[in-house]
Design a protein. Structure first.
Length: 146
Protein backbone atom coordinates (compact mmCIF):
# COMPACT_ATOMS: atom_id res chain seq x y z
CA UNK A 1 0.00 0.00 0.00
CA UNK A 2 1.54 3.36 -1.01
CA UNK A 3 1.99 6.14 1.54
CA UNK A 4 -1.05 8.34 2.04
CA UNK A 5 -0.75 12.04 1.36
CA UNK A 6 -2.67 14.90 2.98
CA UNK A 7 -5.62 14.62 0.58
CA UNK A 8 -5.87 10.84 1.00
CA UNK A 9 -5.99 11.27 4.77
CA UNK A 10 -8.64 14.01 4.43
CA UNK A 11 -10.74 11.72 2.21
CA UNK A 12 -10.49 8.88 4.73
CA UNK A 13 -11.42 11.17 7.65
CA UNK A 14 -14.45 12.48 5.76
CA UNK A 15 -15.58 8.99 4.76
CA UNK A 16 -15.22 7.78 8.36
CA UNK A 17 -17.60 10.54 9.43
CA UNK A 18 -20.07 9.80 6.63
CA UNK A 19 -19.41 7.06 4.09
CA UNK A 20 -22.68 7.91 2.34
CA UNK A 21 -21.61 11.45 1.45
CA UNK A 22 -22.05 12.24 -2.22
CA UNK A 23 -18.92 12.40 -4.35
CA UNK A 24 -19.67 16.08 -5.13
CA UNK A 25 -19.87 16.99 -1.42
CA UNK A 26 -16.78 14.91 -0.60
CA UNK A 27 -14.83 16.61 -3.40
CA UNK A 28 -15.83 20.05 -2.13
CA UNK A 29 -14.83 19.15 1.43
CA UNK A 30 -11.30 18.08 0.45
CA UNK A 31 -10.76 20.63 -2.32
CA UNK A 32 -10.81 18.39 -5.39
CA UNK A 33 -12.89 18.28 -8.54
CA UNK A 34 -15.55 15.53 -8.45
CA UNK A 35 -13.72 13.44 -11.08
CA UNK A 36 -10.38 13.70 -9.26
CA UNK A 37 -12.11 12.85 -5.98
CA UNK A 38 -13.74 9.76 -7.46
CA UNK A 39 -10.39 8.58 -8.87
CA UNK A 40 -8.69 9.09 -5.49
CA UNK A 41 -11.38 7.15 -3.62
CA UNK A 42 -11.20 4.32 -6.16
CA UNK A 43 -7.40 4.21 -5.79
CA UNK A 44 -7.75 4.08 -2.00
CA UNK A 45 -10.18 1.17 -2.37
CA UNK A 46 -7.98 -0.70 -4.86
CA UNK A 47 -4.86 -0.26 -2.73
CA UNK A 48 -6.63 -1.63 0.34
CA UNK A 49 -6.42 1.63 2.31
CA UNK A 50 -10.23 1.54 2.27
CA UNK A 51 -11.28 -2.06 2.77
CA UNK A 52 -15.02 -1.56 2.72
CA UNK A 53 -18.03 0.31 4.01
CA UNK A 54 -20.42 -0.68 6.76
CA UNK A 55 -23.54 0.41 8.59
CA UNK A 56 -23.40 1.18 12.30
CA UNK A 57 -26.34 -0.34 14.14
CA UNK A 58 -27.77 0.42 17.56
CA UNK A 59 -25.10 -1.67 19.27
CA UNK A 60 -24.82 -4.82 21.32
CA UNK A 61 -26.59 -3.41 24.40
CA UNK A 62 -29.66 -2.50 22.35
CA UNK A 63 -29.60 -6.02 20.92
CA UNK A 64 -29.29 -7.64 24.37
CA UNK A 65 -25.70 -8.71 23.71
CA UNK A 66 -22.62 -8.42 25.91
CA UNK A 67 -19.35 -6.94 24.70
CA UNK A 68 -16.32 -8.89 25.88
CA UNK A 69 -12.72 -7.72 25.51
CA UNK A 70 -10.32 -10.66 25.45
CA UNK A 71 -6.56 -10.51 25.78
CA UNK A 72 -4.76 -13.53 24.31
CA UNK A 73 -1.19 -14.68 24.90
CA UNK A 74 0.46 -17.16 22.56
CA UNK A 75 3.16 -19.72 23.25
CA UNK A 76 5.38 -18.13 20.58
CA UNK A 77 5.09 -15.45 17.93
CA UNK A 78 6.38 -17.42 14.98
CA UNK A 79 4.97 -16.68 11.55
CA UNK A 80 3.29 -20.11 11.40
CA UNK A 81 1.53 -19.66 14.75
CA UNK A 82 0.45 -16.08 13.98
CA UNK A 83 -0.91 -17.08 10.57
CA UNK A 84 -2.74 -20.13 11.96
CA UNK A 85 -4.23 -18.06 14.82
CA UNK A 86 -5.43 -15.29 12.51
CA UNK A 87 -6.87 -17.73 9.95
CA UNK A 88 -8.88 -19.45 12.68
CA UNK A 89 -10.13 -16.14 14.17
CA UNK A 90 -11.58 -15.20 10.78
CA UNK A 91 -13.87 -18.25 10.90
CA UNK A 92 -15.85 -17.05 13.93
CA UNK A 93 -18.49 -14.29 13.49
CA UNK A 94 -18.69 -13.81 17.28
CA UNK A 95 -15.24 -12.23 17.04
CA UNK A 96 -15.91 -8.68 15.81
CA UNK A 97 -12.36 -7.32 15.89
CA UNK A 98 -8.91 -8.78 16.48
CA UNK A 99 -5.69 -6.80 16.85
CA UNK A 100 -2.09 -8.00 16.94
CA UNK A 101 -0.62 -6.07 19.86
CA UNK A 102 2.63 -4.94 21.41
CA UNK A 103 3.05 -5.35 25.15
CA UNK A 104 2.23 -8.27 27.42
CA UNK A 105 -0.59 -9.81 25.38
CA UNK A 106 -0.24 -10.85 21.77
CA UNK A 107 -3.82 -10.22 20.60
CA UNK A 108 -6.75 -8.12 21.72
CA UNK A 109 -10.14 -9.44 20.67
CA UNK A 110 -13.52 -7.69 20.78
CA UNK A 111 -16.37 -10.17 20.70
CA UNK A 112 -20.08 -10.23 21.42
CA UNK A 113 -21.98 -12.86 23.39
CA UNK A 114 -25.69 -13.26 24.03
CA UNK A 115 -25.13 -13.95 27.73
CA UNK A 116 -22.41 -14.93 30.20
CA UNK A 117 -23.34 -18.56 29.47
CA UNK A 118 -22.89 -17.93 25.75
CA UNK A 119 -19.47 -16.43 26.50
CA UNK A 120 -18.59 -19.58 28.46
CA UNK A 121 -19.41 -21.59 25.31
CA UNK A 122 -17.30 -19.23 23.15
CA UNK A 123 -14.43 -19.54 25.64
CA UNK A 124 -14.53 -23.35 25.71
CA UNK A 125 -15.34 -24.06 22.06
CA UNK A 126 -13.51 -21.24 20.26
CA UNK A 127 -10.99 -19.20 22.26
CA UNK A 128 -9.32 -22.06 24.13
CA UNK A 129 -8.94 -24.00 20.85
CA UNK A 130 -7.26 -21.22 18.87
CA UNK A 131 -3.75 -22.23 17.74
CA UNK A 132 -0.92 -21.40 20.13
CA UNK A 133 -3.05 -19.92 22.95
CA UNK A 134 -1.48 -20.13 26.41
CA UNK A 135 -3.51 -17.51 28.31
CA UNK A 136 -6.95 -15.94 27.94
CA UNK A 137 -7.92 -12.89 30.00
CA UNK A 138 -11.47 -11.57 29.52
CA UNK A 139 -13.40 -8.49 30.63
CA UNK A 140 -17.10 -7.71 30.14
CA UNK A 141 -17.88 -4.14 29.12
CA UNK A 142 -20.30 -2.29 31.41
CA UNK A 143 -21.42 0.28 28.83
CA UNK A 144 -20.21 2.14 25.77
CA UNK A 145 -19.02 5.70 26.28
CA UNK A 146 -18.49 6.50 22.60
Amino acid sequence: MPALDRIDRALIRALRRNARVSNVALAAEVGLSPSACLRRVQMLEQSGAIRGYTALVAGPAAEGRHVVIVRISLARQTEDILNAFEAEVLKHPEIRQCYLMTGEEDYLIHLEAESPGDYERIHKEILSRLPGVTRINSSFAIRSVL
